[in-house]
Design a protein around this ligand. Structure first.
Ligand SMILES: [Fe+2]
Ligand SMILES: [Fe+2]
Length: 203
């Protein structure tokens, strides 16, 4: 007979802390990125494949989540960081990649040009762009490609979260290949949509 699992007090505290942090991140994403989250572009982002096994939308949420989490850690160290700039920067950083196959003739061109297009998309979605946001988006590809180095701590946060999330997208893909799990994208997308998007966006 299996011994029933009793969660220890310390594990319970850790779990509750993690849940609180997730809620806090969701709150910040809604508060500062509501216009982007509700946009048509964000809907389309969930339909375009990205990093082989992911979608632009899923990748975007991973980057945004990780970026805000890094901001909390930096603030604990008394390092000032603008969460509104990071949220808008992270949510918009790859929206310029939508329609990739029609817009760009090569992967190299896409890698070089999509950050500028993402800035254009962000300008159309956000009425008052927080300071530093355009540079965060334009330089997010660093240290890859021909990108300039980020010129703010917020820019470094989003660039690092972007690389970390890209690896995570690809590694999750390799898990699917190894385990034969199907419909990963659909189930994961649904999970993310249910967790993050405002109520009216659920379908
Ligand atoms: Fe990108
Ligand atoms: Fe990205």
């Amino acid at each position: 007979m299996r011994t029933p699992y009793y969660e220890s007090t310390i594990h319970k505290q850790i779990r509750e802390k993690r849940e609180d942090r997730k809620e806090r991140i969701k709150g910040d994403l809604m508060l500062y990125g509501g216009d982007v989250l509700k946009s048509e572009e964000m809907k389309k982002a969930f339909e375009q494949t990205h990093h082989q096994w992911s979608t632009v939308g899923e990748h975007t949420f991973r980057v945004a989540f990780s970026s805000v989490m890094i901001c909390y850690a930096l603030r604990k160290l008394n390092i000032k960081v603008s969460i509104p700039a990071v949220v808008i920067g992270a949510l918009c950083h790859d929206l310029g990649i939508l329609g990739r196959s029609e817009k760009f003739s090569s992967a190299k061109e896409c890698s070089r040009e999509h950050p500028k297009d993402s800035v254009e998309v962000a300008r159309g979605l956000v009425s008052e762009m927080p300071e530093k946001t355009e540079d965060i988006i334009e330089r997010h590809m660093w240290p890859a490609g021909e990108s300039e180095v980020p010129n703010s701590i917020e820019g470094v946060v989003v660039s690092v979260a972007d690389k970390y999330s890209a690896v995570k997208d690809l590694v999750k893909g390799s898990e699917i290949k190894n385990t034969g799990v199907k419909n990963y994208l659909r189930s994961e997308k649904q999970k993310i949509v249910e967790k993050i998007l405002p109520q009216e966006e659920k379908e």
